[in-house]
Design a protein around this ligand. Structure first.
Ligand code: B12
Ligand code: SF4
Length: 445
C-alpha cells in the first residue's frame, strides 16, 4: 500500500505564490511515519514548499489539519478523492470540528495517533476504513523515535523538533490545548527523550511541548538529563517558571537559549479576562519576570494576544512600546482568535460577536491576521490595523538592531548572536509575507 502524508499550507498571498521560509519539520508526520508498519511504502509532501503531485500513485492520503490550514486541506483532499484516492484527516481541527472535516474525508482520526493508527492502516489495507477512529491523548511516542528521513531535502529551518510532554495544567480562555488534553500533562520517559536527541545530529532542539513548565519537577529532571548532552534548546514555557530559581538555573545550565512565552497582555484586567493564571501572581507589568529572564540570558519570544474587552488602540500601542523597551528577541502581536471549541469561542457565540458567520477559517473574505470578532472598545478594522502597525514597527531595521544589541541576552554569547541572526530575520520576513494571506489556493471561490 502506498501511503502519502501531507502537511498543508495556510494559503497564499492575494497575487502571488507562497513558500514558507520559516517552515519547520512537521513533527506529527514524523511521528505518524514512525508508527506506520515497516511494510507500508510512504512519502511525505509539504505543501508549504512543494507542489502536491496528485498524478503520482497513492492508495491512502493522511493529512494533519489545523484550523488555519483547514480550507487548504479540503482543497487537497477533494482533489485526491476526485481521483479515487482515500483520504484520512487528523489533528486538532478534525478533533474539534469532525462534522465539518467529514465532508472532505473518508475517515477521521480524533486525538493522538499513538493508539489507533496501526488499526487504521490494517483496515485501509483490507479496504475497510471506518468513518472515525479515536486515540486517547497520552504519553508522546512511547517506544517510538520520530522518522526524520521524511524531512530530508525539504529545506526546514536547522532546528530539530521533538517532544518531552503534552498538555498543560492551565486553562487560558483562548487556548485549544486545554480542551484537547483536558488539563492533563503527559510526560515522555526521560531516557526515550534523551535517545531521541542522540538519534539525530543537530545540536539545537525545539521542544514543542505546549508548556514545558507545566510540571516543574519534571522540567528539572529533564534539564538534569540534558546537561551532559551539551546541546542548546528552546521551548514554550509559562511565565510563572521565573519564580522557581532552581528551575531557572537548571534550564540555563542545560543549554536553554529561551522560550516562547505567553505574556498575552500588559494590563492586569486583560490577563484576568484571558484566565491566564500563570501571569497573575505579583503584577508589576512583568518587571520581575523579565529581570529574571534577562539574568539567565534568555532570548525571549514574547507572544501577545490582543483584542480583549479592556484593550484599546492605545493599549495595543503601549504593548509595542513594552516589547521594544524590553528588547525581546522576537514578539508576536497576535490578534485574539476564536478557535473552535475553546471557551473564548463559546463566549463570543453567546454574546453574538462573531464575524464571518463564526467560521472565519472557511470564509472567502477572511484574510490572515484580520480580526474575526467585534472587539469591545475598537472596531474590528482598528484592531486589525493597530496590530499590523505594531508588527511593522517592531520589525523595522532600527528596532531589529536595537533588540540585537542587548548585552544581557542577544549579544551575551557568540551562540546567542548567531541564533539571533539565523532565525529572527526569517521570522520577520514571514510576518510581512503572511499578512493578508488568502486561505487555501482558491480562496475567492
Ligand atoms: C510547535 C507548534 C508551533 C510551531 C510550528 C512547528 C512546525 N512544525 O511548523 C510554531 C511555533 C511555528 C507554531 C506556529 C503557529 N501555531 Co502552533 N503549535 C505548536 C504546538 C505547541 C505543538 C505542535 C506539535 O508539533 N505537536 C507535536 C505533535 C507530535 O503532536 P500533534 O501535532 O498534536 O499530533 C498528534 C495528534 O494531534 C495526532 N495527529 C495530528 N495530525 C494527524 C494526522 C493524522 C492523519 C492522524 C492519524 C493523527 C494526527 O497524532 C499526533 C501524534 O500523537 C501546538 C499545540 C498542540 N498541542 O497541537 C500549537 C498549535 C497547533 N498552534 C496553533 C496556532 C494558532 C499557531 C499559529 C497560527 C500562531 C499564530 N497566530 O501565528 C502559528 C502558525 C501555524 C501554521 N499552521 O503555520 C494552535 C492551533 C489551534 C487550532 N485550532 O488550529 C495550537 C493548537 C496551539 C494552541 N495553544 O491553541 N506552532
Ligand atoms: S499556559 Fe499556554 S498552553 Fe497552557 S493553557 Fe495557557 S496558553 Fe494554553
Amino acid at each position: 500500500m502506498k501511503l502519502v502524508l501531507i502537511k498543508p499550507t495556510i494559503g497564499r498571498p492575494e497575487h502571488s505564490l507562497y513558500i514558507d521560509e520559516a517552515r519547520m519539520e512537521p513533527l506529527n508526520l514524523g511521528v505518524l511515519a514512525a508508527l506506520t508498519p515497516a511494510d507500508i511504502d510512504l512519502t511525505m509532501y509539504d505543501d508549504r514548499c512543494e507542489p502536491i503531485p496528485y498524478h503520482l500513485p497513492a492508495d491512502l492520503v493522511a493529512m494533519t489539519v489545523e484550523t488555519y490550514t483547514a480550507r487548504r486541506s479540503y482543497e487537497i483532499a477533494d482533489e485526491y478523492r476526485r481521483r479515487g484516492v482515500r483520504v484520512v484527516m487528523g489533528g486538532v481541527h478534525p478533533t474539534f470540528v469532525p462534522e465539518e472535516c467529514a465532508a472532505h474525508a473518508d475517515s477521521l482520526f480524533i486525538g493522538d495517533a499513538e493508539t489507533g493508527w496501526a488499526e487504521l492502516i490494517e483496515d485501509a489495507k483490507r479496504g475497510a476504513l471506518k468513518p472515525m477512529y479515536k486515540g486517547e491523548p497520552g504519553r508522546p511516542q512511547t517506544g517510538v523515535l520520530t522518522r526524520r528521513d521524511i524531512y530530508e531535502g525539504k529545506g526546514y529551518l536547522p532546528v530539530s523538533l521533538m517532544q518531552y510532554s503534552r498538555g498543560c495544567r492551565f486553562t487560558c480562555e483562548f487556548c485549544a490545548v486545554t480542551k484537547y488534553f483536558d488539563r492533563k500533562h503527559h510526560l515522555r520517559a526521560i531516557d526515550e527523550t534523551v535517545r531521541e536527541i542522540e538519534s539525530q545530529k543537530r545540536k539545537l532542539v525545539f521542544f514543542v511541548d505546549d508548556n514545558i513548565a507545566s510540571n516543574r519537577e519534571a522540567l528539572k529532571d529533564l534539564c538534569r538529563a540534558l546537561i551532559p548532552l551539551r546541546i542548546n534548546w528552546v521551548s514554550q514555557a509559562s511565565l510563572d517558571i521565573t519564580t522557581d530559581a532552581e528551575a531557572m538555573k537548571l534550564m540555563a545550565d542545560s543549554g536553554c537559549l529561551g522560550h516562547i512565552m505567553g505574556f498575552e497582555s500588559i494590563t492586569r484586567a486583560s490577563v484576568k479576562e484571558a484566565r491566564k493564571a500563570p501571569n497573575m501572581g505579583k503584577f508589576d507589568t512583568y518587571e520581575t519576570q523579565i529581570r529574571i529572564l534577562r539574568e539567565h540570558g534568555f532570548q525571549t519570544w514574547a507572544a501577545f494576544t490582543l483584542g480583549y474587552d479592556n484593550d484599546t488602540v492605545d493599549s495595543v500601542r503601549a504593548t509595542l512600546d513594552f516589547a521594544l523597551k524590553n528588547r525581546f528577541t522576537f514578539a508576536a502581536f497576535n490578534i485574539l482568535m476564536p478557535y473552535p471549541n475553546t471557551p473564548f469561542y463559546d463566549k463570543l457565540t453567546e454574546q453574538g460577536r462573531h464575524l464571518y458567520d463564526g467560521k472565519w477559517w472557511l470564509h472567502p473574505q477572511y484574510r490572515f491576521n484580520d480580526a474575526a470578532f467585534v472587539p469591545a472598545q475598537m472596531t474590528p478594522e482598528q484592531l486589525t490595523g493597530v496590530c499590523y502597525e505594531a508588527r511593522k514597527e517592531f520589525n523595522r531595521i532600527p528596532s531589529l538592531l536595537w533588540r540585537f544589541s542587548d548585552l544581557k541576552t542577544n549579544m551575551r554569547t557568540i551562540r546567542r548572536m548567531s541564533a539571533f541572526w539565523q532565525f529572527t530575520p526569517v521570522f520577520r520576513r514571514e510576518v510581512f509575507k503572511k499578512h493578508g494571506m488568502v486561505f487555501g489556493h482558491f480562496g475567492h471561490k
